[in-house]
Ligand binder design. Structure first.
Ligand SMILES: NC(=O)c1ccc[n+]([C@@H]2O[C@H](COP(=O)([O-])OP(=O)(O)OC[C@H]3O[C@@H](n4cnc5c(N)ncnc54)[C@H](O)[C@@H]3O)[C@@H](O)[C@H]2O)c1
Length: 256
């Protein structure tokens, strides 16, 4: 175990079977916390919790389904005695011009990426109140901080997650439930590998650090927000993006 800074945390991580969610689950357990990985990918999720051991469980969850959320929350409390953390990470991506994105597709992306987060927030309020407080970390994106071409439904959903985070933060503060958003930049996962993203120095020159991130590099911010080091942090947005949203790089400005 790397530390016990998350020893008081029992968290659900949605979309936790692979990619960023799996990195968050590994981080939570390696810092002493307990995790329930919740996903549609049952086999990958089961393999991950086997690897993580006694502090991890898997539950099938479609984040768009409020009834499944109720079951996942009840399962978590039954297995670990309380629920104090939620990482709303499940998401799907798009890659179309606004002009060409079918409205059905736009709606379906919002359903997972935004309604799914809304469902999660609603589902954990009662158990977090019962536990005396908690921390909700919503995974938005750089695409929720600036206008990113080819992300009509995706970008709109991630801006929505950023706004919903702040609304929940102001409403739930007196319950000692903190709500924050994390905005990863381009990160190497199955989602981005599908569109040809590769890790490596110099491979992503539009970003000041000139490379894409790795999932472990995003996990620290999530762990911080779940931990007692962040007891006065709510309604915040943390960009973990190699500087992507800080502004255009010199190469970009100089047209090189
Ligand atoms: N990879 C990046 O560059 C990047 C950048 C910014 C934000 N993000 C966000 O981080 C999150 C994780 O992305 P990733 O790159 O690991 O993607 P990924 O596709 O590798 O993993 C996403 C996970 O979400 C699960 N999922 C999808 N729909 C679901 C549903 N309805 N219910 C439950 N689970 C569902 C998938 O089964 C999968 O395990 C997403 O919200 C994504 O938008 C990713």
């Amino acid at each position: 175990m790397k530390s016990d800074r998350l020893a008081s945390v029992t968290a659900i991580v949605t979309g936790g079977s692979r990619g960023l969610g799996a990195a968050f689950a590994r981080h939570i357990v390696s810092h002493g916390g307990k995790v329930v990985v919740a996903d549609l990918l049952d086999d990958e999720g089961a393999r991950l919790v086997d690897e993580l051991g006694v502090s991890a469980r898997y539950v099938h969850l479609d984040v768009t389904d409020a009834a499944q959320w109720a079951s996942a929350v009840a399962f978590t409390v039954a297995e670990f005695g309380a629920l104090t953390g939620l990482v709303n990470n499940a998401g799907v991506a798009t890659g179309q011009f606004v002009e060409h994105e079918p409205v059905e597709h736009f709606r379906s992306v919002l359903e997972v990426n935004l309604v799914g987060v809304f469902n999660g927030i609603q589902a954990v309020i009662a158990p977090m109140r019962a536990a005396g407080g908690g921390s909700i970390v919503n995974i938005s994106s750089s695409a929720g901080l600036f206008g990113l071409a080819l992300t009509a439904g995706y970008g709109a959903s991630k801006w929505g997650v950023r706004g919903l985070t702040k609304i929940a933060a102001v409403e739930l503060g007196t319950d000692r439930i903190r709500v924050n958003s994390v905005h990863p930049g381009m990160t190497y996962t199955p989602m981005t590998a599908q569109v040809g993203i590769q890790p490596g120095e110099g491979n992503y020159p539009n970003t000041p650090l000139a490379r894409v991130g790795m999932p472990d590099e995003i996990a620290g911010a999530v762990g911080y927000l779940l931990s007692d080091e962040a007891t006065y942090v709510t309604g915040a947005e943390i960009a973990v993006d190699g500087g992507w949203t800080a502004g255009p790089t010199v190469k970009y400005v100089m047209g090189q």
